[in-house]
Design a protein around this ligand. Structure first.
Ligand SMILES: Cc1cc2nc3c(=O)[nH]c(=O)nc-3n(C[C@H](O)[C@H](O)[C@H](O)COP(=O)(O)OP(=O)(O)OC[C@H]3O[C@@H](n4cnc5c(N)ncnc54)[C@H](O)[C@@H]3O)c2cc1C
Length: 450
């Protein structure tokens, strides 16, 4: 067994996970080289047009705290206390996410957060960030990493020191390992795509700022998250084909008519809707399945490169940040790189599979169930049980979003038990009084949380 790492680490992709990991690894004393295909965001002019934001929750916050960057990140955050559900009638109601003051999630701009993380990583003497460098893949047998300098067009190779692939869902490193037969992987594409639209700041005042807005319409939905400048980023999730679908929204007039029918109260907030709709890209959504995540001690896939998920639980970034925390802890322990990478995979695989499943399930919840009377009854009952048995019953959503000490796999497992229990209590056929029956069921089926 070797001592905790001295030496160098290569990270490919200075996105959310890569930049955070570079910082954490440098704080452990490693010399980190970070390759990123994009230009340096510190020199680029402020972003215009699309402003993409994400929901940050407790798992992600814990990672940012560990990296010591909360002072820089805090001004970027807007608390969202619940879902503001907009019905077709125009009626809107807030469904709180939790029942304690701190049980909120946070809207954060991706570009601003990424920029802070890059700034903080680059400030560290142990980190060398190389922008405009496109990774083409790894040749594990020859121990080389292949790159192209996008400024000069030059192809070059560097030694394959322990390398973390944080190059996102479309990872070039993963693809090269797949091509070499070292990993098996597949991408399960959803048959629904997404498109982002902007609610400008002067119109954003019409929407409650401290909420995640949802216009659930059964087979599809519109959501909107607040930005620090008062604007909102709205996202339409809709089937690619069929009726209605992105295919069917084939002209400005049809788009406007669709919004007028389905999202009448949102339409006035989306100026030049048809032009925005035509100009903004239609994004694909999917789940990445891949095994193994590492090749000995040479390459480890992490974050979206290993396990991209659909965005409906708002957990992809949070899970990627949690990956960084787990790897950081392993960097602090004795062991060689192969052992660390193997342990990382062993600790994270079941959890990544669990959040992938819960993220898919949450699409149905967001676009449909939030308007359902049974869903609302179960939610109210779950909150009541949490108040009565806080050490045994925590709603699944809260376990995922507010309880980083509960692994995703455990949240999925307990969530299934709780769902069954709620179903039985909701049917309410028992002979005993309700409160006693609930207490007996909770005590019998849900052992206290650790
Ligand atoms: C519509 C949508 C909404 C989402 N909402 C949420 C949310 O609310 N909450 C949440 O937690 N997650 C959300 N996610 C998921 C989140 O965006 C990802 O999980 C997160 O970005 C993963 O971080 P990452 O660092 O692994 O990958 P990325 O952030 O994708 O970073 C990859 C980096 O690698 C670089 N790169 C790529 N290829 C190469 C290459 N060949 N060579 C060099 N560099 C390369 C890229 O330029 C980029 O900087 C959402 C995703 C989508 C699509």
């Amino acid at each position: 067994m070797s001592a905790p790492p001295a030496g160098s680490l290569t990270i490919v992709g200075a996105g959310l996970a890569g930049a955070l990991l570079a910082l954490l690894a440098a704080r452990r004393g490693l010399a980190v080289t970070l390759y990123e295909r994009r230009a340096d965001p510190r020199q680029a002019s402020p972003e215009r047009g699309r402003s993409i934001n994400l929901a940050l929750a407790a798992r992600g916050l814990r990672a940012l705290e560990r990296a010591g960057v909360m002072e820089q990140v805090r001004p970027l955050l807007i608390a969202m206390r619940g879902r503001m559900v907009h019905e077709r009638s125009g009626h809107a109601a807030l469904q709180p996410y939790g029942q304690r003051e701190h049980e909120v999630i946070w809207s954060v701009g991706r570009a601003a957060l990424n920029r802070v993380l890059i700034e903080e990583a680059a400030r560290h003497t142990g980190v060398n960030v190389r922008f405009n460098q496109l990774c083409l893949g790894a040749d594990v047998a020859a121990e080389r990493l292949r790159l192209r300098d996008l400024s000069s067009g030059t192809h070059y190779q560097v030694a394959l020191t322990p390398t973390i692939a944080t190059d996102g869902a479309g990872s070039a490193l993963r693809a090269s390992l797949q091509a070499a037969g070292l990993v098996q992987g597949r991408e399960d594409w959803l048959d629904h795509d997404y498109k982002e639209l902007t609610v400008p700041a002067q119109l954003g005042a019409a929407l409650e700022r401290h909420a995640l807005h949802i216009w659930p319409r059964g087979g599809f939905m519109l959501i909107a998250l607040p930005n620090t400048d008062g604007s909102f980023t709205a996202t339409l999730f809709l089937a690619r084909h069929g009726a209605p679908s992105f295919d069917s929204l084939d002209s400005g007039a049809v788009v406007t008519e669709f919004f007028a029918r389905e999202f009448a109260d949102a339409l006035p907030l989306l100026p030049q809707l048809a032009a925005q709709f035509a100009a903004h890209p239609q994004g694909q959504l999917g789940t990445v399945h891949c095994t193994p995540w590492h090749c000995g001690g040479r390459v480890l896939l992490l974050g979206d490169a290993a396990h991209a998920i659909v965005p409906f639980h708002g957990q992809g970034m949070n899970a990627a940040f949690e990956d960084c925390v787990v790897l950081d802890a392993l960097l602090g322990q004795e062991g060689d790189w192969a052992a660390r990478f193997a342990q990382f995979e062993q600790q994270r695989r079941a959890n990544a599979a669990a959040i992938a499943q819960m993220a898919l399930e949450n699409y149905a919840e967001m676009r449909d169930a939030v308007l359902d009377a049974r869903f609302l009854r179960h939610k109210a009952l779950a909150m009541a049980l949490e108040r009565r048995f806080p050490d045994r019953f925590i709603p699944r959503y809260a376990m995922v979003m507010f309880h980083p000490e509960i692994p995703y796999a455990e949240a999925l497992r307990r969530g299934a038990l709780q769902a069954q229990l709620l179903e039985e209590l909701d049917r309410g056929a028992g002979a005993e009084p309700e409160a006693e029956r609930a207490a007996a069921l909770v005590r019998a089926r849900l052992p206290p949380l650790g």
